[in-house]
Write a protein of this length. Structure first.
Length: 73
């Protein structure tokens, strides 16, 4: 039982983005959001934005194939 839950404070100013125009990681103040992926919780994760997109797309494509074939996932 015991234990304490600690909530980490996270504000919009803490967000990081991957800019598709400049192909760089940006803090919250940067290019318009329509040209960026995110927000991400930290700079390192934003730097992996394209990798994360690829991984998610591969997973969704596999799920679509399974659904189209009628096989459970």
């Amino acid at each position: 039982m015991g234990g304490v839950t600690v909530w980490q404070s996270h504000t919009v100013a803490d967000n990081w983005w991957y800019c598709l125009t400049h192909k760089t990681v940006e803090p919250n103040d940067g290019c318009p959001n329509k040209n960026r992926l995110g927000p991400y919780p930290d700079e390192a994760t934003a730097g992996r934005a394209l990798e994360i997109v690829r991984e998610r797309n591969e997973q969704w494509d596999a799920e679509d194939r399974e659904w189209e074939q009628g096989t459970p996932g």
